[in-house]
Structure formats: structure tokens, C-alpha cells
Design a protein around this ligand. Structure first.
Ligand code: THU
Length: 136
């Protein structure tokens, strides 16, 4: 699975977004160390609070199937499904990523024309509160 293919899977997953309140469609594609891909989309709720981001859907699908080793994730989003700029993961998703990935986990943030910026989790969530802290 190339990075470009992972990016295209994230873009494809935007189509499944259930986002009648924001109309902001987000897709994610999470690659495991073993080469499997778990996709996700944002799923909103009339009560707003139960809504969940695309990234966490992808992670929770994978974790629920006993996948624990992750290589990278691609994220794409845009109003009405049109990618006009980057959609960086929200703070809650960054914390969830840090639960299951190390500081060097790669995040491909998609922008216009299927181009993407590659960033590391430690740059999105510096000085993180991480599982190792509680195990000391
Ligand atoms: N959203 C995501 O799914 N991932 C992100 O990284 C940012 C925000 C969703 C949440 C909500 O359904 C919509 O985008 C607008 O905030």
C-alpha cells in the first residue's frame, strides 16, 4: 500500500460521512503494520455530543478487531465533500492516536488535488500525556 493509495482510500471514505449538521465530510484510512487498511468517516448525531470523527472510527474499528500496530493514517475532509484545504486531526483524535501509536506515527493530511502533507504525531501533540507515564 503506497501513501498515495492510502490517501485515495481516505478521500473515498468521505463519501460515507454522515454529517447532516456540519455538511463537513471527513474520511480516514488507517494502515496497520501488517498491511491492512481500516477506513473511517465522521458520524454526527442530532444531540451533537455523540458525534465521532473519522479518525477515531478507523482506530476503533481496528482495535475492536485486535489490530494494535499502526503504521500511518491519511485524513481528508471538506465542506460538502469538496477538499479545499487541509483537515488536521482534532485534539481528541490526537490523544486517541497517542494511546495506540508512538511519537513517530505518521499522519498524511490531505489537501487540494489529492496532495498531502506528512506530519509526525509528536509534532501535532508535543509533550503528550501518554500511557508510559501511568506505567512508571
Ligand atoms: N471531524 C473529523 O471527522 N475529523 C477531524 O479531524 C476534524 C473534524 C468532523 C467532526 C464533525 O463531524 C465535522 O468534522 C465538523 O467538525
Amino acid at each position: 500500500m503506497t501513501e498515495k493509495e492510502l490517501v485515495l482510500k481516505a478521500i473515498e471514505s468521505m463519501k460515507n460521512s454522515y454529517s447532516p449538521y456540519s455538511n463537513f465530510k471527513v474520511g480516514a484510512a488507517l494502515l496497520t503494520e501488517s498491511g491492512k487498511v481500516y477506513t473511517g468517516c465522521n458520524i454526527e448525531n442530532v444531540a451533537f455530543g455523540p458525534s465521532i470523527c473519522a479518525e477515531r472510527v478507523a482506530f476503533f474499528k481496528a482495535i475492536s478487531e485486535n489490530e494494535n500496530n499502526f503504521s500511518k493514517i491519511a485524513v481528508a475532509g471538506g465542506k460538502n465533500g469538496i477538499i479545499s484545504s487541509s483537515t488536521p486531526p482534532c485534539g481528541v483524535c490526537r490523544q486517541v492516536m497517542r494511546e495506540f501509536c508512538n511519537d513517530d506515527f505518521e499522519i498524511l493530511i490531505v489537501r487540494e488535488n489529492s496532495e498531502y502533507d506528512k506530519v509526525l504525531l509528536k509534532d501535532l501533540l508535543p509533550h503528550s500525556f501518554k500511557p508510559e507515564i501511568l506505567s512508571k
